[in-house]
Design a protein around this ligand. Structure first.
Ligand code: ATP
Length: 240
């Protein structure tokens, strides 16, 4: 990796009572890249993300974001620092319209209404379906559209690092392709992305850098292309 990583995680450990969900993992995310963390059910992926967002307590380890120690910051301060996790698709506010949900995403910002309106237009350009449904209640959207709205809402917080927890979950392959294509575009515009996925093949195709997690530990790492071609990954996750 050239230069300082945007996010550095060292020896991260998370326990739920006696369950050691994450056991001392190290991660480095380069600015401007998509990094993915893949693994099976229960491997510790969601727990890792929640620990980075400050939503579960860390038993040990440290998190540096852009040279700043954010290990012990409260969740809202982590968001304000620029590290923003996309809420689960179905966690959109169902009785608010699409536009109102997007406006709410900007609540931590202190810049003006004009900047927010411009960013809503940008979200609409990324997800034209949201523009068509701007006045519709979020609860009446399809699963894929709710996932798009959740991503759009996170973008409204002006992240410098976007965290996603299985955006492909429960969606038809064609919708997953659509969402992944948009993530590629968002990344090409300069945003750093950390993607947690069980859809190993698609995630490795998308990401420049990848980690494989098993039983709370990183067992393999490399470029997305390297891991796609790795016989161990193929045997364990790609059904080869
Ligand atoms: P999935 O894709 O199924 O969510 P994951 O890789 O994200 O899997 P985690 O959800 O992080 O895995 O779970 C890691 C381990 O911690 C699992 O053994 C899980 O059963 C356990 N675990 C997760 N949440 C809790 C909790 N609230 N209380 C106790 N154990 C938990």
């Amino acid at each position: 990796m050239s230069g300082q990583p945007l996010l550095s995680v060292r020896d991260l450990t998370v326990n739920y009572g006696h369950v050691n969900a994450v056991r001392g993992i190290d991660l480095d995310l380069a600015a401007g890249e998509i990094t993915t963390l893949v693994g099976a059910n229960g491997a510790g992926k969601s727990t890792t993300l929640m620990a980075l967002s400050g939503l579960v307590k860390k038993a040990g380890g440290s998190v540096q974001f852009d040279g700043r120690d954010i290990t012990s910051l409260a969740p809202h301060k982590i968001v304000a620092s620029g590290l923003v996790q996309v809420a689960e698709g179905r966690a959109t506010l169902t009785t608010l319209s699409v536009r109102e949900n997007l406006e709410l995403g900007a609540y931590t910002r202190s810049d003006g209404a004009a900047a927010r309106a411009r960013d809503i237009e940008h979200v609409y350009s990324l997800f034209p379906r949201l523009a068509e449904r701007a006045a519709q209640m979020a609860g009446s959207l399809s699963g894929g559209e709710q996932q798009m709205l959740a991503i759009g809402r996170a973008l409204m917080a002006k992240p410098r690092l976007l965290l996603l927890d299985e955006p492909s979950m429960g969606l038809a392959p064609i919708i997953v392709q659509d969402i992944f294509r948009t993530l590629r575009r968002i990344n090409a515009e300069g945003l750093t992305i950390f993607l947690v996925e069980q859809n190993v093949k698609q995630a490795l195709k998308l990401a420049q850098r990848a980690y494989v997690i098993e039983n709370g530990q990183v067992v393999l790492q490399g470029s997305g292309a390297e891991l796609l071609g790795d016989p161990r990954v193929q045997a364990a996750y790609l059904g080869h």
